[in-house]
Design a protein around this ligand. Structure first.
Ligand code: FAD
Ligand code: SF4
Length: 513
């Protein structure tokens, strides 16, 4: 292709590595080109871990190579080029200036900020831009809008049931749910008990090939001061590895996924979880591939219904639901702070240096691996930040920095909404607040901790328990009319005044560090 003969300049962002992307439909190797940019700004706009940067760049470079092998032109700005563009927008403007395309095409990016920047850049050059709905998801944004329109009761469960009927997944010919129920949550909340999780086949490891090793060297040098580590990097970063990771989950962990979905255990995050969020969010595999594989395992008698339905609920339900919320509520959603939380995150959220056995284990592991499972996020780290009173958007920034699977569309509603109740009840109708007793029930952390989950005052008081009562007291008026909080508020009222005063004093000290 000579310069100035370009028809479509197709922008592919780091989280759009979908070989079946609608943006590539009808690709003409003679007249079209893909544009990819490793932008410094994307690696630094929040302080983010080396591992997270490496996953993105490694997966992008493998996608570039696969597209080139398929005969497509890929214009690739690498961060170690001589003068790489600092931002995605600068990369786009430079490519437009150089190649003078008839139009720019992109799939809806995963971040409102990125969409605005790319639209702005194309707008400045005057080249028309087509932004396409992302075919990766089961539901388009117009589908979500149609579901939401005029609805008084607006909850995930109704959306999920609608999606089950629409897709026919685990639904019989009469539109009834397989197994006679839409929801097996009551079977899926068990702890591991004293004996622990037992032997679980460890998830597959993917040894870095030369392309990934180059990225690891580059990131290790260029981002030496970033948090986290690149040691033992074995993430799936190609389509083939991602498909293998899906098979590995289906064969080895899906059957026990449901029952202990909410359980935690010191020293391990994966347990029976899929570890597929990263490859799903990079679009290396599709949600259809994941759900179809789980249902096929059930049909073959290899996985029980509660596990398969639980897995489907996460992907067809929660994942699609939060995306719909994000795109229909941004940019205002990012500003929400219903509980007027104003504090910074405690420093130990960046180091793991705390006496709390649970948070020490979760945060140090997160720094090492870039992963924690859902309940560790919600009822461990997120719970502490909620009751501490951290600014919801700051918790999202922290989450974006450390988790390999964090993309704005999914991190923001989960962190600011579900976990911090910053949206005042859109994602969840009540805040996920609990004392140390919850962690004690669902894990073995408290057995070795210097704190006592039953104590709210005194030297051995569990900080979760102290902050829990303080949180309820601080927000009592807001929550006393919430049907789902009645019991918790009633228990607060049973506390005598002196006890409550001591709790609040101790909580004040905890919150001031
Ligand atoms: P599994 O437990 O095996 O679940 C299967 C899949 O379901 C996941 O891979 C994921 O794609 C999907 N899923 C499950 N729950 C959700 C959810 N609430 N929202 C969206 N997808 C879901 N998930 C992200 O992908 N990126 C995030 O940035 C993110 N931030 C979160 C922040 C908080 C505070 C909380 C409570 C949850 C967050 N989640 C996020 C959802 C969920 O915790 C992760 O998807 C999950 O832990 C990833 O691990 P897994 O692949 O082993 O998941
Ligand atoms: Fe965590 Fe409290 Fe249990 Fe310690 S006692 S592990 S701080 S919940």
């Amino acid at each position: 292709m000579t310069e100035k003969t370009l028809r479509n300049l197709i922008v592919v962002c780091g989280d759009q590595l979908d070989e079946d992307s609608v943006a590539l439909d009808g690709f003409d190797p003679e007249r079209d080109a893909i544009l990819m940019t490793e932008a410094l700004d994307e690696a630094t706009y929040v302080w983010q871990s080396k591992r997270r940067i490496a996953v993105f760049f490694a997966a992008m470079r493998h996608f570039r190579d696969a597209q080139r092998r398929a005969g497509r032109t890929v214009l690739y700005n690498a961060i170690d080029d001589e003068a790489p563009p600092e931002t995605l927008a600068a990369g786009l403007k430079a490519a437009i200036a150089r190649h003078d395309p008839e139009r720019v095409v992109m799939v809806q990016p995963g971040d409102w900020r990125v969409r605005a920047a790319l639209e702005g850049a194309a707008g400045e050059t005057g080249v028309p831009l087509s932004t396409l709905e992302d075919g990766h998801f089961y539901a388009g944004i117009p589908d979500f809008e149609a579901f939401a329109d005029g609805r008084k009761r607006f909850i995930m469960e109704d959306f999920y049931r609608m999606m089950r009927k629409r897709t026919g997944l685990l639904v019989d010919d009469e539109g009834k749910p397989e197994g006679g129920a839409w929801n097996f949550d009551k079977d899926n909340r068990k702890s591991f008990g004293k004996r622990g999780p037992g032997l679980i086949t460890p998830r597959a490891q993917y040894q870095p090939d030369p392309v990934t090793r180059d990225v690891l060297r580059l990131v290790g040098t260029r981002f030496a001061d970033a948090p986290g580590t690149l040691d033992d990097f074995a993430e799936p970063v190609t389509r083939a590895d991602a498909l293998h990771a899906l098979d590995d989950f289906i064969a080895n962990r899906l059957r026990d996924f449901g029952t202990h979905q909410d359980a935690m255990w010191e020293g391990s995050s994966t347990l029976n979880h899929s570890r597929l969020s990263v490859v799903l969010n990079l679009k290396l595999i599709s949600p259809r591939e994941a759900c179809d594989a789980a249902i096929a395992a059930h049909d073959a008698g290899a996985a029980p219904l509660n596990a398969v339905e639980g897995f489907l609920r996460q992907i067809l339900g929660w994942r699609e639901w939060v995306r719909g919320l994000y795109w229909t509520r941004m940019p205002e959603y990012a500003e929400l702070n219903a509980l007027d939380a104003t504090l910074d995150l405690p420093d130990f959220f960046w180091t793991g240096e705390t006496d709390m056995a649970c948070l020490h284990d979760m945060i140090t592991r997160l720094l090492r691996t870039g992963y924690a499972h859902h309940i560790e996020r919600l009822m461990g780290m997120g719970l502490y930040l909620l009751m501490h009173g951290a600014r919801p958007y700051a918790t999202h920034d922290w989450h974006m920095g450390l988790y390999l699977d964090a993309i704005d569309w999914v991190s923001l509603p989960n962190m600011l909404g579900m976990s911090q109740h910053g949206d005042g009840g859109i994602v969840g109708t009540k805040p996920y607040c609990a004392s140390g007793a919850y962690i004690d029930r669902m894990s073995n952390y408290c057995d070795t901790c210097r704190f006592d989950p039953k104590q709210s005052t005194g030297d051995s008081a569990c900080p979760f328990t102290t902050l829990y009562w303080d949180f309820l007291a601080r927000h009592e008026q807001r929550f006393e009319d919430n049907r789902r909080m009645v019991l918790q508020v009633r228990n607060l009222h049973r506390k005598d005044a002196a006890d409550l005063r001591a709790i609040r004093e101790k909580a004040g000290k905890l919150r001031s560090v």
